[in-house]
Design a protein around this ligand. Sequence first.
Ligand code: GLN
Length: 456
Amino acid sequence: VDALLSRADAQQDLGCYLHLDADGARAAADAADARRASGDKAPLLGVPIAHKDIFVTTAHPTTAGSKILAGYRSPFDATVVANMAAAGVVSLGKLNCDEFAMGSANENSAYGPVRNPWDRSRVPGGSSGGSAAAVAARLLPGSTGTDTGGSIRQPASFTGITGIKPTYGRCSRYGMIAFASSLDQAGPMARSAEDCALLLQAMAGFDERDATSLQQPTPDFVAEMKAVRPGATAEQPLKGLRIGLPAEFFPAALDADVNAAVREGLAALERLGATLVPVSLPRTELAIPVYYIIAPAEASSNLSRFDGVRYGHRAESPKDLLDLYQRTRTEAFGAEVQRRILIGTYVLSHGYYDAYYLQAQKLRRMIADDFQQAFQHCDLIAGPVAPTVAWKLGEQGDDPVKAYLADIFTLPGSLAGLPGMSVPVGTGAHGLPVGLQLLGNYFQEGQLLHTAHALQ
Ligand code: GLN
């Protein structure tokens, strides 16, 4: 913990931490030592991590990257936070993220950007940018993130680390500040599939306080990761595994560096015994408009609770209640959050609901069905995580649509609720990391971790 604290101090320019509590971390480490001395065999006893600042915590303030929650202290811990504490982790603090997890570059945080440790003029991806950069810069061995439309996979790809978004419902959303409730899912970010498996084991589990939590026993992810496939050999641990390549995930416009690194990763999987089979996800492009209707719709509803009455920021000397609401929200929500509240309110409003929200829901079902068609021909699906490598800070200017379009390969799996991973597969000609995306069918995290582990 001392070593990591001084490393974090030396790398403050990365902007990873929103709250770092050195004394608290040392006290937590001492408490872990005491637990160990008393014979406690908790699986992650003493392992230092930090949480994305979207999980509410009693030990540290929680802001969700927003001014509206500046200085907010939760009276309870998120279930994921409590589960990990029970497993023995030592939490150092809270990690920077896009405001309410809306973004793909961590440029929407009210507390400043995070820099990519591979090239400090570039973004780390988002919205879990602090979680990714902290692991990539070796400030931490692992961290928590959340993925609504790619926010674990894409920053993992941009920073050359491993991340897994489990099946929707695997980790409790209780105490995870809601962005789009039907999509939000927590997961770990770490250096390897093995570390992700250990962390996910501690995070996951049924929680009666989350109505969409899976009522299923949590499998032994490490055992599934290490399990020997029937017919596998020492040289070919993936023998018999069919990996589907959706044609739509390899468009002509795909960045050459990304294409080359992903193809190398796929060739490595073939050498390990896997067979590559062509599949189709015909509605891939539609995932963008569908997601950017459904996610803002849910966000507009979820964020209505930030009204200046109950939490955080409150406008000064309001004239009346409406003035209080209006000025509080205008002053303390950033531009992207306001944009999404407006879009969400619009698509849900009478007269437009059928044209936008209802159509989007129908297409969401069709996108999920397309995956089931594809999984008739393969065990898992592979492709790029993002169409490009990490871009320069500020490069996208004021055009939010550019960032939305870059989510094309992560959104389909999110809309379907499927588990997905990003596994580093090298650096392109620019020397920037590229991640390979692996998508599995429901509850197939073990197979994803197994495949990623074989590759690593
Ligand atoms: N980039 C997507 C968005 O801005 C996904 C974010 C996320 O997964 N939290 O909504």
